[in-house]
Design a protein around this ligand. Structure first.
Ligand code: 6CS
Length: 360
């Protein structure tokens, strides 16, 4: 069905005053600039929204953003255009979130793995061994409206609207040696995302974790500034980490959880029909992306094995996982005590969503 959507942006043909005539010119431009930043730009009559992802072309986030863009364009009859900016184009994950908060970017992928400094409570999604092992349960738990209702206000208080929460597959450890036991982690410089709970988790395993942006990980491994890193299989392939870190250990400690955000004021300022269209499209794309991430993670493991002769892929058994599970439990406890009642509320909401997803 094609619908018509009225653009809310200020007409881009607004008379422009030459820069030579500043400061008067700057004053005349300010209302136009403010409206453009808040609502997106306009191109050939279409409203243009900017959507930045943390990953490269061909990634899970890329699929999500492009499916979102295509459906919005189609169902708005071309009135809405979404421009996708891939990894590194507009800065690091932290930069993207700041741009959304400021209104210069309308949508961004914002992984809790990098959001912990801004919203400490969302680090609840990073704790190990809490979702169980069933991908259907994980997907259903992350889609659970009651869980999202607990988490969304934390985003809103930081000028963000939580639009989606989804899994990109199991986190997998890569290194030059197998990481079968906590003893194997002793002194290993493992790169993590920047949320503090991740550092604490790997410290508990005996490692020497280091936080760094995604775009620096390959060179960090290549130059031996770090020894290991952790990411889903599709990312290990797309970022070529396996070339310099060919031993993959599958401990299934946690899914990679991602959130999609927009600016709170941007979203609330949109007409009802546009907000409804966004939500309708997101529901479809989320369901599709769960299948896409499973396919990407399965296929790319095979592709890496074909390309890299020394690739090893090890799956930990339950007793091996138990050793990590035991060390992860106090990290959860400390997080709950230190981060406060709302973090405990998120933890309880995750547990309840997992129970509901299991049919409990
Ligand atoms: O490790 C990271 O920083 C990133 N990993 C993935 C799979 N997505 C986004 C995030 O920035």
């Amino acid at each position: 069905m094609t619908r018509s959507y009225r653009s809310r942006t200020v007409d881009s043909r607004t008379p422009r005053t030459g820069w030579a005539r500043l400061p008067l010119g700057l004053w005349l431009l300010l209302p136009w600039l403010a409206a453009t930043l808040a609502c997106g730009a306009e191109s050939g009559g279409a409203t243009v929204w900017r959507f930045a992802i943390e990953e490269s072309p061909g990634s899970v986030q890329d699929h999500f953003a492009r499916a979102f863009a295509e459906r919005l364009a189609e169902r708005s009859g071309g009135a809405i255009e979404v421009k996708v900016y891939t990894q590194g184009t507009l800065g690091t994950s932290d930069d993207l979130v700041e741009q959304v908060r400021m209104g210069s970017l309308q949508f961004a992928m914002a992984s809790p793995g990098h959001l912990g400094k801004l919203i400490p409570e969302v680090q609840a999604f990073l704790l190990h061994f809490q979702f169980g092992d069933d991908p259907d349960v994980i997907a259903a738990a992350l889609a659970d409206p009651q869980l999202r209702a607990v988490v969304a206000p934390l985003y809103a208080e930081r000028e963000l609207a939580l639009l989606s929460l989804f899994s990109e597959g199991w986190m997998v450890w890569t290194a030059n040696e197998p990481l079968r036991s906590p003893a194997d982690f002793a002194g290993v410089k493992i790169r993590t995302m920047t949320s503090p709970v991740l550092l604490e988790t790997y410290e508990a395993y005996g490692a020497s974790p280091q936080a760094m942006p995604y775009g620096e990980v390959y060179s960090g491994l290549q130059l031996a500034m770090i020894d290991a890193q952790v990411n889903p299989v599709f990312a290990i392939e797309e970022m070529s980490f396996y070339e310099v870190n060919p031993v993959l250990t599958h401990a299934r400690p946690a899914p990679f959880v991602c959130s999609l955000v927009s600016g709170r004021d941007f979203l609330e300022g949109l007409p009802e029909d546009q907000q409804a269209l966004i939500r309708e499209v997101l529901a479809e794309v989320e369901a599709e992306v769960e299948q896409v991430q499973r396919a990407f993670n399965a296929e790319r493991l095979e592709q890496m094995a074909e390309r890299q002769d020394d690739l090893q892929s090890l799956r930990l058994d339950e007793s091996e996982r138990d050793a990590f599970r035991a060390l992860a439990a106090p990290v959860r406890q400390a997080f709950a005590e230190r981060t406060g009642p709302r973090a405990r509320e998120v933890l309880e909401a995750i547990t309840a969503a997992v129970d509901r997803a299991r049919g409990g």
